[in-house]
Design a protein around this ligand. Sequence first.
Ligand SMILES: Nc1ncnc2c1ncn2[C@@H]1O[C@H](COP(=O)(O)OP(=O)(O)O)[C@@H](O)[C@H]1O
Ligand SMILES: [Mg+2]
Length: 266
Amino acid sequence: MPTEARTGGDQTPVIEFRDVEKRFGDNVVLKDLNFTVARGERVTLIGPSGSGKTTILRLVMTLEELTGGYIYVDGEPLSHEDRDGKRVPVSKSQQKRLRTRIGMVFQQFNLFPNMTVLENIIEAPVHVLGMSKRDATDKAHRLLEQVGLPDKANAHPTSLSGGQQQRVAIARALAMDPEILLLDEVTSALDPEVVGDVLEILREVAETTNVTMLIVTHEMGFARDVSHRVMMFDGGRVIEDGPPEKIFSHPEHERTQQFLSAVLRD
Ligand SMILES: Nc1ncnc2c1ncn2[C@@H]1O[C@H](COP(=O)(O)OP(=O)(O)O)[C@@H](O)[C@H]1O
Ligand SMILES: [Mg+2]
């Protein structure tokens, strides 16, 4: 994937959260959240249900709007910027431009049900990036090959198994050559026997590209293998942050220990 070409060698974080707050009504879900993710880094977010992991990914995907603070993508403000000490929204065009660099795969696949597999995959490359239909189609076929579904281009999502739908969703995200890939519990809705196939595809993406990944998963073996860093969340805050060997083998925080032993027991 040609991510190298657009990156250059600078040290600007690909993602930066600065004093991020997110509230739903009175419910403050994220508060004073600060972290950065470096180019090509793969970071897994772990933590109990309700700790704000999905919200973080949805904020980066601009599916939610933050209520305080700033998020930067490649150093550019994604939703709000500081202008003369005032927090003001960025232009829609800037947000749209930054969003094209970001792909997301959801727990529930979220394929467009009224479109074929091929149409699902070429939709954004054609309509958002302005790629020719022919190039997008060629690329879609290559991606379907890569995810092990070379003969499903004309199938409708409803005729596919969960594992197959998720592989299409991965192909759809990769079709945009994202600089950032967000994975939200992508195997949680799958039958156990197909989880390994989907994780294998993602491992290959991790090994063969420089795409920056933010991963939410309960698959701790996968997290340990592919991540450079693990962040443990509780109540919308990072309570522990470190390399997977450290977090999984020698967690410092009691809350992390409890969480991991509960997850690993399942
Ligand atoms: N659209 C929403 N409206 C209201 N509350 C929400 C919404 N989305 C998430 N929340 C709340 O935000 C908190 C964090 O949720 P979430 O980010 O989904 O956590 P996680 O992914 O770690 O389980 C929860 O308390 C949840 O109820
Ligand atoms: Mg979640």
